[in-house]
Design a protein around this ligand. Structure first.
Ligand SMILES: [Zn+2]
Length: 265
């Protein structure tokens, strides 16, 4: 009997369902027990976002995601590194081998100081090329930002909008995905991007090239940031699939889960 749902596993853990316990024992898959532990520690909102499904299928998908991590440099931070209002990187963290974005046939740039980690740089070229093939030109407006730059940017938004509004849209230094060199903003950097041909195209296709919308609509209490239709993070194609299939397409839930999975033994 292998048809366990994630919800059922949780039930077996939380309520001591004897039947499910014996199934787990017969299967003797230690990763199912680990999955129990990790899921039990996730927030209720995250648990609610996970659909019923086959636990072994979930694990098979998870292994593919963990395997895909090897496509990114092992001498730098994981593409699934958890960074948010509670998880920081230091002032001295700079991604390795940042590549400067030059004028190119695939996408437009509207600044000359843009750069990305090599993995994200290559994935952006593929994304831009695919958009071009569909008659859409994407414009990149912001990419890697240093700790210092982010510090000044946050202060700038505080001076313009006040602290409360700035906290909803701009990250404090050390907490921005931009410092990882794996995130970018498309232009225009405002809600109008949503209705542009570029916006419409990336919502449909970004995941096919490993790019994930970081701050979706309706999840400010989860991500800490209001909807940012222009901001995408490169996490790879497998992780984008995993996020969509098992985490209601919410990057924060998936990355929190991966972080717990890796730190749980
Ligand atoms: Zn951004």
């Amino acid at each position: 009997m292998k048809k366990l749902t994630v919800a059922l596993i949780l039930t077996s853990l939380l309520f001591g369902n004897a039947c499910a316990k014996s199934i787990v024992k017969k299967d003797s898959n230690p990763d199912i027990e680990k999955l129990n532990r990790v899921l039990a520690g996730m927030s209720q909102k995250c648990k609610d976002a996970i659909p019923n499904g086959d636990a072994e299928e979930f694990l098979a998908d998870l292994y593919k995601v963990l395997d895909s991590e090897k496509e990114c440099s092992s001498s730098d931070l994981s593409p699934f590194y958890l960074i948010d209002k509670k998880h920081y990187v230091g002032a001295d963290y700079v991604p390795k081998g940042l590549i400067h974005l030059e004028k190119n046939p695939y996408y437009e740039i509207n600044k000359n100081n843009l750069s990305l980690r090599p993995e994200a740089f290559a994935a952006l070229e593929k994304l831009g090329q695919a958009a071009k093939n569909d008659g859409v030109t994407l414009t990149v407006s912001s990419t890697y930002r240093s700790y210092e730059y982010q510090k000044n940017l946050f202060q700038y938004w505080v001076s313009v909008d006040g602290l409360e509004e700035a906290e909803r849209e701009s990250a404090r230094e050390g907490t921005s995905q931009h410092q990882l060199g794996m995130a970018l903003d498309f232009a225009p950097v405002d809600d109008a991007f949503d209705k542009t041909p570029g916006g419409q195209w990336v919502y449909k296709h970004a995941a096919e090239y490993g790019w994930s919308l970081s701050f979706p609509q309706g999840y400010e209490d989860v991500t800490g940031f209001r909807w940012e239709c222009w901001h995408f993070r490169y996490i790879g194609v497998e992780a984008c699939r995993f996020q969509k299939k098992w985490f209601s397409d919410v990057q924060q839930f998936m990355i929190e889960f991966l972080n717990s999975w890796k730190s749980n033994n």
